[in-house]
Design a protein around this ligand. Sequence first.
Ligand code: OSB
Ligand code: MG
Length: 369
Amino acid sequence: INVKTIHLHKLKMRLNHPFTTSFGTVQDKEFFIIEAVDDKANHGYGESVAFSTPWYTEETVMTTEHIMEDFLIPILQQNSWNHPKEIHQLFSSIKQNNMAKAAIEGAIWDLYAKRENISLSQAIGGTKSEIDVGISLGIQPTTEELLKKINHYVQAGYKRVKLKIKPGQDIDLIREVRSHYPNLPIMADANSAYTLKDIDLLKQLDAFDLMMIEQPLGSDDIVDHAKLQKAINTPICLDESITSYDDARWAIELGSCKVINIKTGRVGGLTEAKRIHDLCVENNVDIWCGGMLEAGVGRAHNIALSSLAGFNLPGDTAGSSHYWKEDIIKPEVIVDNGVIHVPDGPGIGYDINHEKLEQFMMASKEFHF
Ligand code: OSB
Ligand code: MG
């Protein structure tokens, strides 16, 4: 692949609704669209998913910019490489900073698929033509508002509902929702809000037949999660704790979870995400694709990843209109009765809406090869 230019476009977009988790609220999302251009005028796009503050993981918008500009792009400029599969290894001299790595690698994967004239789904080995999706609902001001939102998404056909919980808004909240929806697939995401001291409280969740509880304990823990999984029936899903193939291998070996939420940003790109996928399939660990409140480019990458055969549970890749008044891709991502049709055009399979891209752009830098 003969890359000529990489652009880092910095965007800022306002979410339709502020998104609240146990660790804080996001209203405006700042992120980078990475545009890689080759010698044949193909354009590959990636999206960085770090937030402005380091509360979900340690990376921020500013750290991703520093790492991409001062380390990752120079590595691509100074080394010869031919296939996007090589990039994760090339970047391994830089510790962690997975969201920065994934953003660049994602643009190269899209560029590669477009050069080959195949879809990104096909390029990574995806086989599904449609994917099931669920909805992730942030903590709402009142239970009435939460129930209203659940009703909306259940009516729209979403395949499962994920509720954010935190101490003080957990057991009673889940009980109330369950009483209104006795058969709905429901899961809860705690974003690390509990410790092993809360074991009795977390045991009470067993009464509500949840699909899983996501990341109840520390964001870098797999030991306490293994203890907790032995004490409760609700399957544990790890999100924050899994940042690599080895993390997944160790968690599976210890029995820390029965489900893994795979996010390309958190694990450093599509290549590593696919390795984790394969490992989970071998070990009968359920998997689904998580979300980071992405705009259209990141959303399109999530759709391609979710098309791998092992993604057996609905993901958090909701439709564009759930998040944004206007998205930066054409057409926008549409959810039809809980299903997204995986596009089969070249690369991510969605066109960039250049007018919107310009409208939301705060700054742009380019790097030549
Ligand atoms: O824990 O999965 C999470 C959003 C921001 C940060 C972390 C998480 C989330 C979500 C929303 O749950 C996923 C989405 O709709 O994109
Ligand atoms: Mg989560």
